[in-house]
Every structure is written in C-alpha cells, then in structure tokens.
Design a protein around this ligand. Structure first.
Ligand code: PLP
Length: 385
C-alpha cells in the first residue's frame, strides 16, 4: 500500500541513517566515559546533535534533555513540574484533544493528589482562550497544550496561550511533536517554558526524543522521573542512545533546511487531494482549515460505514477515526470532542502526507478514496433515502 500515515510515524531519511551508522560500530563509546577517546568521540557527537536539536526550536543546547521519545518527554514535563512546584500549587490545565500520553500523565497526577482541568475545544479544534484564562486559579502551576494536533493537524494559538499563562505566573508546556520540523517553532518568540518532541515524526529514528526546559526568564526545573547516574543534568538518567541522538540531530538539521519548501510542496498536494475528495457530497473536512499543518487532511464521509471504508481503502496506509487497533471499536475522542457523532467519527480518514509522498501517489489516493466512498454509498440504505 501507499504510505499516507506520516503523522503516526515517518520513514527514516537515508541521510539520517548514514549519519547514525558509525555510532553502532566503530564509534560505540559511552558518552559518559570521560577517561578515553571512545567516550570523547561519543560525547562530541551527542553535543553536536544537541546543538542541531536545539536550533530547530530556537533554544540553547543546554536546554535540551534527551529522552526516549515524546511520551517520556510529556511524562517528564507534567509529572516533573508537578513534583518540583508542589509548594506553589497542585493545579494543571490541559485540553481534551491532547495525545493519550499527556492525558494519562494528567490522570496519574490526579491520583497523586493533583487537580487537573481538561478544557474542551471549539468545533474547529481550537482552545477557547477566555475559558483558558478563567480556568486559572492561584494554585495553577502549569498549562499544557499541544502545538499541533496529531489527528486533525490543527495548530493552537501558542503565543496567545503563553501570554495568558505568563500573565498569571503559570508555566507553559507544549507537546510540539507534530509541529517541529513542519512549521517554524521558536521557544523564545512563542513564550514556551517546556516543549516535547521526538525523532520519528521528522524522518529520524524511533525511541529518541527531547524535552526543552527553559533556563532563563524564568529558570525552569523538573524533578527527574528516571533516577540513576545523573545524566542530562540530573533530569534524566540512563546511558545515552548515541546513534539515536546523532540521527535525531541530523533529522532536525535536514527538516529545518527543507521546512519551507516542503511545507509548500505538501500543502499543494494536500489541497489537491482535499479538493478532489470533497467534491463528493456530504464530505467534511475536520478542524480549522486556516490554522492547520499543511500535510494533513482529516475528512469525514457521511453515509459510509467506517470499517467498510478502511477495508475498501486497503491500498492506502491511512488512519481512521476508529481506534480499531485494539479490541475496542471506540471512535476517536479527538473527533468526538469537535462534536462529531460516533458514526461520522468512525467514517473519517486521516491522510498524512510526507517527505517521500509523490504527486502520483496523491492522484492514486484520490482515485481509491472516491471509488471506495461511491461504492459503499451505493450499498447503503441510508444514502438511498
Ligand atoms: N504526542 C503527539 C502529539 C504524538 O503524535 C505522538 C506520537 O504518537 C506522541 C506524543 C508520542 O511520541 P513518541 O512515539 O515519541 O513517544
């Protein structure tokens, strides 16, 4: 099948693999070994990658903590701030459309005695800024709102959110996993205190991510969630994944250099796909179309049965609004939070274009989608009425 699921993960860029390879073989040293060249070589590579990773978000390299991915970064941000700032308060604000790892970390914090507000979103997927500000109390220590959503691609008004947070002396964390490398992200201009991202969404390796933790104005601290040898300034122990970090760094460098042209190219392809597909009746684009990543289209097909749709589209590797990976056939909570009913959520498809997507593939995706939807509707008694 044709791969159009680049929000789930991206294939690794061959240039990234090439940069990583020596660190699996000759340059195998432990970056924490200070007594011999094997260690120095590894450490030098890690520090170079740290600069590459910092640069793509406008940070200083000292502000980057390497982790095993965005799941760990989000856990460290939420739980680490909760533990570190408990003198100040115990209240955290987040949003219902966050990734599971943020929502579940927040639920964990509730079990540890914290209070969490899960804000709804508007019909277009954006947060209501008035509601956000009203939710702040004198116990609020953190606002955690994602930069761009993984299912619908909607980009939140991050600058406005950080301004509200800072007006009330509250820290702002953002899960920027889907945004970094796709759109300009700048921790200074955006007013971000903590930011999570990961290698495998930007054509780097899986199992390697980072948490940005601001060091100036204000200096932010998090309590380590993995204790041990005191790596990463004591905030995340464990021998560093040197090849992964090298690859993550290279992936950031490439993404930054090619971001502008790629966003344009993919935007044109996405618009072509979206235009062609939405020519069909009763077909709806989910999420705010003006504040959206240019490579994502999430589209609902009314009067089409969700499971049948996925089956008919098996030549395309896409995601559906059904979480049909497990035994549960729950419709997507993100789409439901926009006000979609279960049926419409089930019959939704996320098309995620990427660096290796070609125009021919998009043309084929249009053909397959139109054929599938038309065919299923012909079979549907609801459509006939
Ligand atoms: N946050 C968002 C928005 C995501 O899309 C993902 C990817 O699945 C994650 C977090 C988790 O990232 P990782 O797979 O690196 O743990």
């Amino acid at each position: 099948p044709i791969y159009l699921d680049n929000n789930a993960t991206t294939p690794m860029d061959p240039r990234v693999l090439e940069a990583m390879l020596p660190y699996f073989t000759d340059k195998f040293g432990n970056a924490a070994s200070r007594n011999h060249p094997f260690g120095w070589v590894a450490e030098e590579a890690v520090e170079y990658a740290r600069e590459q990773v910092a640069k793509i978000i406008g940070a200083n390299e000292k502000e980057i903590i390497f982790t095993s991915g965005a799941t760990e970064s989000n856990n460290l941000a939420l739980k680490g701030v909760f533990e570190m700032y408990q003198q100040k308060g115990n209240h955290i604000i987040t949003v219902v459309t966050e990734h599971k790892c943020v929502l579940d970390a927040a639920h964990h914090i509730e079990k540890m005695g914290g209070k969490v507000t899960f804000l709804p979103v508007k019909e277009d997927g954006l947060v209501d800024l008035d509601l956000l500000e009203k939710s702040i109390t004198d116990k609020t220590i953190l606002i955690s709102i994602m930069y761009a959503n993984n299912e619908i691609g909607v980009i939140q008004p991050v600058k406005e959110i950080s301004a509200i947070a800072h007006k009330h002396g509250v820290l702002f964390h953002t899960d920027a996993t889907q945004a970094v490398g796709k759109i300009p992200v700048d921790v200074i201009a955006d007013g971000i205190d903590l930011l999570s991202f990961t290698g495998h969404k930007l054509y780097g390796p899986k199992g390697c991510g980072a948490l940005y933790v601001r060091r100036k104005n204000p200096r932010v601290k998090v309590t380590a969630q993995i204790d041990g040898g005191g790596h990463e300034r004591g905030m995340r122990s464990g021998t560093l994944n040197v090849p992964g970090i090298v690859g993550f760094g290279k992936a950031c460098e490439i993404a930054l250099a090619e971001m502008e042209s790629e966003a344009k190219r993919l935007g044109a392809l996405r618009d072509k796909l979206e235009k062609a597909v939405t020519e069909m009746e009763e077909t709806y684009v989910n999420g705010n179309v003006d504040h959206r990543l240019s490579h994502v289209a999430n589209i609902s097909f009314k009067y089409v049965e969700g499971e049948g749709l996925m089956m008919a589209m098996k030549d395309l590797a896409v995601s559906s609004g059904s979480a049909c990976t497990s035994a549960s056939l729950e419709p997507s909570y993100v789409l439901k939070s926009l006000g979609l009913n279960d049926d419409l959520a089930h019959s939704s498809i996320r098309f995620g274009l990427g660096r290796f997507t070609t125009e021919e593939e998009v043309d084929y995706a249009i053909e397959v989608t139109k054929k599938a939807v038309t065919h299923l509707r012909e079979l549907s008694p609801l459509w006939e009425m």
